[in-house]
Design a protein around this ligand. Sequence first.
Ligand code: URA
Length: 433
Amino acid sequence: MHMYDLITKKKHGAALTDEEIAFMIEGYVKGEIPDYQMSAMLMAIWFSGMTDRETAVLTQVMARSGDQIDLSAIAGKTVDKHSTGGVGDKTTLIACPIVAACGGKIAKMSGRGLGHTGGTVDKLAAIPGYRTELTREEFFHTVETCGISLIGQSGNLAPADKKLYALRDVTATVDSIPLIASSIMSKKLAAGASAILLDVKTGSGAFMKTQEDAIRLAQTMVAIGEAAGRRTVALITDMDVPLGCGIGNSIEVRESAAVLRGEGPADLREVSLALAANMLFLIGKGTPAACRAMAERAIADGSALATLCRMVRAQGGDARVLTGEANFEAAPFSREVCAPRAGFVTRMDAEAIGEVSVVLGAGRETKESVIDPAAGLILHRKYGDAVQAGEPLVTLCTSRQETLAEAAQRYGAAITIGETRPAPRPLIFARVT
Ligand code: URA
């Protein structure tokens, strides 16, 4: 078999066989197929697409390219959750403790921030003392004793994806549905949970800018999960507007804890409860309505917050920052951006706002950048809110004073103040099964 022939075949729009897909991925991981040939193949896939079968086989081969976590030793049903990435998306820190408090088992590996979108591991790392790397024994023990453990991704989980993603990033081939679906699902399958809830974001701050594309991606991923014997459901949720009012690592942990205390922004609470209820449904905890009621109770009776605190303590973290007994270290510099005129917020460009958080230090400009845990934004007005001239729209926080002017200018450009209140946007567009 020759890679040249496979590239030619895909260029002309034909489907690759199972053997051809295995040959190309295994050869690429071993270094036998060079980057320039794989780049040509990725571009051919970008233009020609893949059949459902090709995408499923590609995912399986990528999932088998490294460690496959066997969670069968954990008593009870394991359920995983994955977001395609958003701005202010801290729902893992809320939905997963809720599910664990209701008896589900969460043994979850989370990623670092990617571009303008935040990553759960970076948020957890903002908790003083919290260890995002555990040995296998510690990981399993934490799940057994707390019902939940959230850690960073093992270095050898789906190495084919790691190599392919780095290449896609520099060859303009990230935004392809078969390539995104296989990238995400290979990691989910290798991570071992018996059920998977996907949160597919759509809108200005998401990879999928339109609902149609988000639904197609969700359908592809759900089909892959189900074919692999994992119960899989996807929610299509809004990412045209950042979720909640906090963006940045310690700021988002603080806001998540507020939601678990029964406070916090309504949009964040609603999306988190919907995700938690669907995760509980996937592991057979009852009807959708019963699962929703169970999730709400776990917030109201404090058991979800207690579960998160137990996990944080078990992983070496200071849980007092979650209960309000201690505060995160505040950023030394801050600046408000105020409304230039009275009116209503009619547009928030979530991607541009995510980029502001990177400028302030909350995300990485390069792979080597060091995250500033205290950096970020506190939104005072969101889409649809009324504002008077001179009232603050946002507070920008950073340890690097020199970033404030650029961040303020960019934030001003990411917001539109109009004369009439815009129509409300749904938070959840569809459920894909
Ligand atoms: N997240 C991933 O893990 N992979 C992609 O391709 C896109 C988003």
